[in-house]
Design a binder for this molecule. Sequence first.
Ligand code: CDP
Length: 210
Amino acid sequence: MIIAIDGPAASGKGTLAKRIAAHFGYQCLDTGLLYRAVARDLLATGQSLEDDKAAAWTARSLDPKTLDDPGLRLPGVGEAASVVARIPAVRAALLAFQRDFAAQEPGAVLDGRDIGTVVCPDADVKLFINANVDVRARRRYVELKKRGEPVTYDGILETIKARDARDAGRADAPMAIAHDALLLDTTDLDIEAAFDAAVGLIKRKIGQQG
Ligand code: CDP
């Protein structure tokens, strides 16, 4: 069983993916962490985010054991991740790891931007999670403030808008709604309500298959 969850920055897809995986007893992969880790490793070795060759090499040498680094969640790393994520050789280098993860039994939940369209086009269930950009910026602001990061609401809003535009506008595997994805707008939903709605959609979809 593969559940693909895509959506823009701070739409709540990461939190939902983890809760859905725990509910069904599946493994969960936040694929954004892979791109964040490539950006981290490039910057740590003083290389440019625009250097395609260095980025591809870094992606191929990525150690998945380093994905639990809390530094990957810093806002600047998300921004840097979306720069390296434009490079086709980086995306290609990360594909096999994601597909191997998705193939685990009894099932896997992957969240990102291109899971339903490119990584797992045959996923059993595809969700596209969205929310109004102001609500998403507010959520990310509260999350980062709680962690003591020196952020402003306006700064977060601008960064999220720029990142969405970059992710949706790139040529290779842009953020897109798969033709068979189920849409969930969480603008007016708290996490409990969003989780209930997502589980309802998944059960209905699986029920239709079986
Ligand atoms: O958590 P948030 O939504 O802020 O971002 P993320 O999911 O950690 O992703 C960080 C960046 O990685 C995104 O802005 C994308 O550019 C890139 N990404 C991607 O290109 N494809 C994916 N499947 C996941 C992330």
